[in-house]
Design a binder for this molecule. Structure first.
Ligand SMILES: O=C(O)CC1=CCC(=O)O1
Length: 92
């Protein structure tokens, strides 16, 4: 099942710069790992915002929840999940 997840990242303005750099690096590595697994099929930056639009391919809502909560920045996310169904006019 495909899910579109719209994620706003709300990092604390007063986060220590070394802690922030470490968090960004562990987030990057986990995102790469999930993309390599085939479960995280698209990751797009929303232009001009600390936000992304991600497409996940998961077996269930529970698996999606597990993947999202495994991202180190999860505590700083505000997100909206949109389950995707096939459009009858889509040729893909
Ligand atoms: O959009 C961000 O910066 C947060 C994020 C999610 C996956 C990733 O690598 O970064």
């Amino acid at each position: 099942m495909l899910y579109c997840v719209m994620i706003d990242v709300n990092l604390p303005a007063d986060m220590d710069s070394a802690e922030l750099a470490k968090l960004k690096e562990v987030e990057r590595l986990r995102a790469i790992e999930l993309q390599e697994s085939g479960k995280f099929v698209h990751l797009w930056r929303v232009a001009g915002r600390m936000a992304n639009i991600s497409i996940f391919d998961c077996e269930s809502n529970d698996e999606l929840h597990e993947l999202l909560t495994s991202l180190p920045m999860f505590p700083y996310f505000s997100l909206k999940v949109v389950p995707l169904a096939k459009h009858p006019s889509s040729i893909k």
